[in-house]
Design a protein around this ligand. Structure first.
Ligand code: ADP
Length: 253
């Protein structure tokens, strides 16, 4: 693929066609390179927990342990397995997004209805952390959005707002129409994001290593799914954030 069509000397139709073919070849080459990188990153992200799991189990079979130690190591192994299945689940979501033919993806929904469904899924977490969710929207909003992609976008953003908020915090979700376009803003008062990390947020597997972030489960694929879904429906996602001061994720549908 690194080969290119030789451009004719004369700038005629044949020249234009050759140039267009070369441009297409470059684009295909870039896509293949991106896929290669993604596969290699994904293998690395799965190999790390897998070796940790192997190490833990090897220690367990080497010699007799106390019941407490067995329980502790098994609990740890289960959490590593959960983490790996989350990565696999997210990778499948990313892969499935490419098969655009799915009729399911044409289905539309009213955004307030979708937000209600998403919040319902997080009832337990919201209750556990005693979060206050403030959902504001003009009742006359009747623009429908593509359900499949909008759900992936809003679910991941709301999940993050919940995950990265401390106990008793409040999260504001505002839905409004600006110049005929639907905008949904999710504002949290959580740990916030460093300036230098903000441009990397949507990269595959990126997680900020600031703060005590390591204890919060995640794999850095949520916002990749958000970005890919937004691209699929021509939506735009903007981030405003300050370390220790919370974040606002705005989606322009
Ligand atoms: P993760 O599974 O790590 O949450 P995401 O792709 O959803 O992966 O997010 C990437 C990173 O962006 C997170 O690890 C975190 O560092 C940062 N981030 C995303 N949303 C927020 C938020 N609301 N508050 C603080 N940090 C966030």
């Amino acid at each position: 693929l690194s080969e290119r069509v030789e451009l004719p000397a004369q700038k005629d139709e044949l020249y234009e066609l050759s140039a267009a073919i070369n441009e297409l070849l470059s684009r295909i080459e870039k896509t293949i390179e991106r896929e290669r990188e993604f596969t290699s990153d994904a293998s690395h992200e799965l190999r790390t927990p897998l070796s940790s799991l192997r190490g833990t189990l090897e220690v367990l079979v080497r010699k007799e342990r106390s019941r407490e130690e067995y329980e502790e190591k098994i609990q740890y192994s289960l959490s590593v397995i959960d983490m790996m299945s989350n990565i696999i689940q997210q990778l499948l979501t990313l892969a499935r997004m490419d098969s655009a033919s799915d009729l399911n993806k044409q289905k539309k929904i009213l955004l307030p209805e979708l937000l209600d469904q998403i919040l319902e899924r997080y009832t337990a977490e919201i209750k556990k952390k005693n979060l206050k969710i403030d959902l504001q929207f003009q009742p006359e909003i009747d623009t429908q959005v593509p359900e499949y992609y909008s759900n992936l976008i809003m679910d991941n953003i709301i999940n993050n707002a919940i995950k990265y908020s401390g106990r008793d915090a409040s999260i504001k979700i505002v839905l409004k129409e600006i110049d005929g376009h639907l905008v949904c803003m999710v504002k949290d008062h959580g740990i916030g994001i460093r300036k230098e990390d903000q441009e990397k947020l949507f990269n595959n597997f990126f997680r900020s290593d600031a703060l005590n972030h390591k204890d919060i489960p995640g794999n850095g694929l949520g916002l990749s799914i958000v970005k890919k879904s937004a691209d699929a429906i021509n939506a735009k996602v903007e981030v405003e954030s300050e370390l220790n001061n919370g974040s606002i994720f705005s989606v322009y549908f």
